[in-house]
Design a protein around this ligand. Structure first.
Ligand SMILES: [Fe+2]
Length: 841
C-alpha cells in the first residue's frame, strides 16, 4: 500500500513532495495530485473548505512545496449531567468553561526511530445547543508530520465530560472524524491524557510504528493492577467471583455461597475491589451501586427510561392488574390461555423458553442420579401408559424411531434441590418430566407429567404420573401438576436460558475484550456494539434481582437456592460450543445435519418458530462475521500470530470462565474459520438468543396465572396423603390451584420486573440498523454491512410471511400470538420484537 510505502521509504517522500503531508491517515488511498482521480474529489472538498487559505506553500521551480496546513478541530461534548438526563438549563455548561487540551499524534516515527512530538493546542467553547457543547481550535500541521494516528485529550474542568467526537478539517481528502464516545475525567482525577485512535483498524502486527507504545499502554491501563477499590470514574476491567450476592454482615440469613470456584463453578463478573465482610471473609460487602467501568454505564436516556419505567409500572399498570387477577368469583376459563394443553405444547417451541425441549432418544426414561440418595431411577411413565395416550396406533419404539416423542426434563436437575428447598417456608419442589407427542399437524401435545420427590424425612421416594383426562379429579390434578411444571420452566427460563446463558456468560467476553483487544483492533470494533451496557445491567441485577432476598430469590420456586441452581447447571451443562444455535439444536435432537437442507440443517419439527427464525438470523450473522473477519485475516497465519487476539481468547477460557478452563470442548483459535465460529457464537448469544428469551417476558409471563414463577403447595396425592388436604382439594380444587400460585407480593414483584426487562429503550440499537463509524470507514466492510442490513430487512418480511401462513400451526391460529421475538427491528417500549446488538436489559 502506498501509505505504508511512503512512511517506510524516505526516498519516495523526497520524490513526491506533495504526496503525503495533508492526508489524515484514515486508510483512504492517495496519490500525487497530478495523477490522482480522487484528487478531483479532494479538490471539490478543498474549495469547499477554503483550503487555499489553510495551506502554506513555498513556490518551487516545478511545483509548490507545502510546508504546513491549518487544520480546524471541532470537539463535540454531549450535554449530560453526571450520567443523568440532559439538563433543561445551562447548569452543565458552567462546568466546562476551561479550555480543552488537544494533542495530535503522528502515526509515524521520526528518522531516528523516535516518536514525533505531538502538536498541541487548546480548544475553547465555541457554541452550545440543546444537546452539545462545541469546542474549537486550530492546528498548524507541518508537512513532515505524516499521518494522524490519534488525538490526546485532557481538561481541567470541574466535572467529567462525555466526549462524543473530534472532527479535524482541512486535509486534502476531507474531514477526519475521530469517534470518542467516552467519559473524560478532569485532570484532578486522572493525570493521564486520554488517547483516541482514528477509525482505521489495525491488527497488532500492522500497528503504525508511531502508535505501538500508545496501543500497548492503553491496554495496560485498562487492565489495571488488580489492587484497590474501584471508583465510579475508573475505566478498569478486571475479574472477580460472585461473592457479593449475600449480605451476611447485615443478617446471617442473607449469607450466600461464593459462586465461582470449585464448589460452585460460575462465570466471572467485574471486580469492584470492595472490602470483604467481617462475618464472612470470603464475601464482599454490599454497595448501593456496583462499580462498572465508566463507559459501560447506561446512557442518560436509557437510565431515565429504566428508572421512570419502574415507577410507572407500579403506579399505573400493576396494582390494578393484581387486583383483577385475584378478584373474587373470577372465571378462570379463557384467562388460563397458557394453561390450555395446546398452548402449553406450542410455547415450548414458540414461547419464552424455546430452548429446553428435547427429542426423546432413549427409552425407558431413567434418572442418572445416585439411587442410594434419590431412590429408584425408573420413571413412573410407562410404555403402556404412553402408548394408550398416543391413541394405541403407534408403539413407543415406533414413536421414537419416527421422532415423535419430546420431553421437558427437569428431573435430574431439580431432584438434588428438593429436600433443601422444602425446608424453606412458602415453597415446595419436585423433579419433573413432561412428555409430548408430535401430532400429524406438527404441534406438540402434552401426554403425561411425572413429579418426583426423593426419599426424605423418613419417607421413601414418591413419584406419580399425571395425565390429561375426562374425569374431574384427574383434570384438576393435571392442572396442578402443570402449575408445577410451569414453575420449573419459568425458573429454568429466568435462571438458565436468560440470566446464566446470556447475561452471566457474556460478562467475561466484555471484560476480556476491553483488556486485550485495542480499540483499534478490528475484532474489538466488530464486537463493541454487541457488548454495550451488559456490565451495567448485570451490576444492577447483582444489586436487586439475583442478590440474597432479591426478586428472583423471593419469587421463584427454589427461593434462596435459585442462583445456586444456575451454578449447578453451568457446572453440568454449559459448553461454549453448544451456545452456537445449530449445535444447540443438534444436541437437543431438534435438528440433524443434512447436506441437502438449506444451510445443511434439517429440523426435527419443521414448524419450530424459534429455530426457523433463529437459524435465519444465525446464518445472516455468520455471513457478516465471515465477510468482516476474512477482510482483516486474509492470511490464515494472521490469526495465530495476532497476540492480542490469542491473549483475549486464552483469558476468556482460563480466567473469565476459569472453572471450565480444563474442558476439552473449548474451540481452538488457529484459523479464520475458528474465529468466525467463536465470534458468531458470542454475537448470537448477545443478540438473537437474548432477544428470544428476553423481550417476550411481559407478554408471556406478566399475567402470572398463565406462567407462575412458583408453585407453593404439594400435590394433594403426595404420600403420605393428608386426609384433610385431600378433602379440601376435592371440595375446592380451584382454591387449591390458586394457593399454589404466587402470592400477591410475589406477583407484583415479578410483573414489575418483567415489564421493565421487556422494554426497549428509545436509544436501543438494533441489528443491521446502526453502523459503527469504523465499519463505514472501510469500503469493503461498509458493503458487507449493507448486505447484512439488507438481510435483516429481508428477515422482517420472512417472519411476517411465516406468521401469516395458516399451515404453520405453531405460529398461526385462532388466538395464537404470532412469533415475532426474532424480528430484527422495533420501536421503543414493550413490543415483543426487535433484536438489539447487545444484552442491555
Ligand atoms: Fe435480559
Amino acid at each position: 500500500m502506498l501509505n505504508q510505502q511512503v512512511h517506510r521509504s524516505p526516498s519516495i517522500k523526497t520524490l513526491i513532495p506533495f504526496s503525503k503531508p495533508f492526508l489524515h491517515g484514515n486508510g483512504r488511498a492517495f496519490l500525487p495530485v497530478h495523477s490522482s482521480p480522487s484528487f478531483q474529489k479532494s479538490l471539490k472538498i478543498r474549495v469547499g473548505f477554503s483550503a487555499s487559505n489553510n495551506i502554506k506553500a513555498i513556490a518551487g521551480a516545478t511545483a509548490p512545496s507545502v510546508v504546513s496546513v491549518k487544520v480546524k478541530a471541532v470537539v463535540t461534548v454531549k450535554r449530560t449531567i453526571l450520567g443523568g438526563t440532559r439538563s433543561n438549563n445551562t447548569e452543565d455548561v458552567t462546568y466546562f468553561k476551561k479550555p480543552l487540551f488537544l494533542g495530535l499524534v503522528s502515526a509515524e516515527l521520526d528518522s531516528n526511530g523516535s516518536e514525533k512530538p505531538t502538536i498541541n493546542v487548546y480548544a475553547s467553547v465555541a457554541g452550545v445547543d440543546l444537546f452539545n457543547i462545541r469546542y474549537e481550535a486550530e492546528f498548524e500541521v507541518p508537512s513532515s508530520f505524516g499521518d494522524i494516528g490519534a488525538i490526546l485529550v485532557q481538561h481541567e474542568n470541574q466535572k467529567e465530560m462525555y466526549l462524543k467526537d473530534v472532527v479535524l478539517d482541512g486535509f486534502l481528502d476531507g474531514p477526519m472524524n475521530i469517534t470518542c464516545d467516552s467519559w473524560v475525567q478532569p485532570l484532578a482525577i486522572d493525570e493521564q491524557k486520554r488517547v483516541f485512535f482514528t477509525t482505521k483498524s489495525y491488527l497488532p502486527s500492522q500497528t503504525p510504528n508511531g502508535l505501538t507504545r500508545l496501543r500497548d499502554e492503553e491496554l495496560i491501563s485498562l487492565r489495571g493492577s488488580g489492587q484497590g477499590e474501584r471508583q465510579p470514574c475508573d475505566r478498569i476491567y478486571d475479574y472477580d467471583v460472585y461473592n457479593d450476592l449475600g449480605d451476611p454482615d447485615n443478617n446471617p440469613e442473607l449469607a450466600r455461597p461464593v459462586l465461582g470456584g470449585q464448589e460452585h463453578p460460575y462465570p466471572r463478573r467485574c471486580r469492584t475491589g470492595r472490602p470483604h465482610c467481617t462475618t464472612d471473609p470470603e464475601s464482599e460487602t454490599r454497595s448501593d451501586s456496583n462499580y462498572v467501568p465508566r463507559d459501560e454505564a447506561f446512557s442518560g436516556i436509557k437510565r431515565a427510561t429504566f428508572s421512570a419505567k419502574t415507577l410507572y409500572t407500579l403506579l399505573h399498570g400493576l396494582i390494578p392488574a393484581i387486583k383483577a387477577a385475584f378478584g373474587e368469583n373470577k372465571d378462570l376459563g379463557d384467562q388460563f390461555f397458557w394453561f390450555r394443553d395446546e398452548e402449553f405444547g406450542r410455547q415450548t417451541l414458540a414461547g419464552l423458553n424455546p430452548c429446553a425441549i428435547q427429542l426423546v432418544t432413549k427409552w425407558p426414561l431413567e434418572s442418572t442420579l445416585d439411587p442410594a440418595i434419590y431412590g429408584p431411577p425408573e420413571s413412573a411413565i410407562t410404555t403402556e401408559m404412553v402408548e394408550k395416550l398416543m391413541g394405541g396406533d403407534i408403539t413407543v419404539d415406533e414413536a421414537i424411531q419416527q421422532k415423535k416423542l419430546f420431553i421437558l426434563d427437569y428431573n435430574d436437575l431439580l431432584l438434588p434441590y428438593v429436600e433443601k428447598v422444602r425446608q424453606l417456608e412458602g415453597t415446595t419442589l419436585y423433579g419433573s418430566r413432561t412428555l409430548f407427542f408430535l401430532s400429524s399437524e406438527g404441534t406438540l401435545r402434552p401426554l403425561v407429567i411425572e413429579l418426583t420427590r426423593p426419599p426424605m424425612n423418613g419417607q421413601p421416594q414418591w413419584k406419580q404420573a399425571f395425565q390429561s383426562s375426562w374425569q374431574s379429579t384427574e383434570i384438576w390434578l393435571w392442572r396442578l401438576a402443570k402449575a408445577h411444571v410451569l414453575a420449573h420452566d419459568s425458573g429454568y427460563h429466568q435462571l438458565i436460558s436468560h440470566w446464566l446463558r446470556t447475561h452471566a456468560c457474556t460478562e467475561p467476553y466484555v471484560i476480556a475484550t476491553n483488556r486485550h483487544l485495542s480499540e483499534m483492533h478490528p475484532i474489538y470494533r466488530l464486537l463493541k456494539p454487541h457488548l454495550r451496557y451488559t456490565m451495567e445491567i448485570n451490576a444492577l441485577a447483582r444489586k436487586s434481582l439475583i442478590n440474597a432476598g432479591g426478586t428472583i430469590e423471593s419469587a421463584f420456586s427454589p427461593l434462596k437456592y435459585s442462583i445456586e441452581l444456575s451454578s449447578a447447571v453451568y457446572d453440568q451443562l454449559w459448553r461454549f460450543d453448544y451456545e452456537a444455535l445449530p449445535k444447540d439444536l443438534i444436541k437437543r435432537g431438534m435438528a440433524v445435519e443434512d447436506p441437502t437442507a438449506p444451510n445443511g440443517l434439517k429440523l426435527t419439527i419443521e414448524d419450530y418458530p424459534y429455530a426457523n427464525d433463529g437459524l435465519n438470523l444465525w446464518f445472516a450473522l455468520k455471513q457478516w462475521v465471515t465477510d468482516y473477519v476474512n477482510h482483516y485475516y486474509h492470511d490464515q497465519s494472521l490469526v495465530q500470530s495476532d497476540k492480542e487476539l490469542q491473549a483475549w481468547w486464552t483469558e476468556i477460557r482460563t480466567v473469565g470462565h476459569a472453572d471450565k478452563k480444563d474442558e476439552p470442548w473449548w474451540p481452538v483459535l488457529k484459523t479464520s474459520e475458528d474465529l468466525i465460529e467463536i465470534i458468531t457464537t458470542i454475537v448470537w448469544v448477545a443478540s438473537g438468543h437474548h432477544a428470544a428469551v428476553n423481550f417476550g417476558q411481559y407478554a408471556y409471563a406478566g399475567y402470572f396465572p398463565n406462567r407462575p414463577s412458583i408453585a407453593r403447595t404439594n400435590m394433594p396425592t403426595e404420600e403420605p396423603i393428608s386426609e384433610k388436604d385431600m378433602k379440601f382439594f376435592l371440595e375446592n380444587p380451584q382454591a387449591v390451584l390458586l394457593r399454589s400460585f404466587p402470592t400477591q407480593l410475589q406477583a407484583i414483584q415479578v410483573m414489575a420486573v418483567l415489564d421493565v426487562l421487556s422494554t426497549h429503550s428509545p436509544d436501543e440499537e438494533y441489528l443491521g440498523k446502526q453502523m459503527e463509524p469504523a465499519w463505514g470507514e472501510d469500503p469493503t466492510i461498509f458493503a458487507a454491512f449493507e448486505r447484512f442490513s439488507g438481510r435483516m430487512m429481508e428477515l422482517e418480511g420472512i417472519i411476517d410471511e411465516r406468521n401469516a401462513d395458516m399451515k404453520l400451526k405453531n405460529r398461526n391460529g385462532a388466538g395464537v400470538v404470532p412469533y415475532e421475538l426474532l424480528k430484527p427491528f422495533s420501536g421503543p417500549g414493550v413490543t415483543q420484537k426487535g433484536v438489539p446488538y447487545s444484552i442491555s436489559i
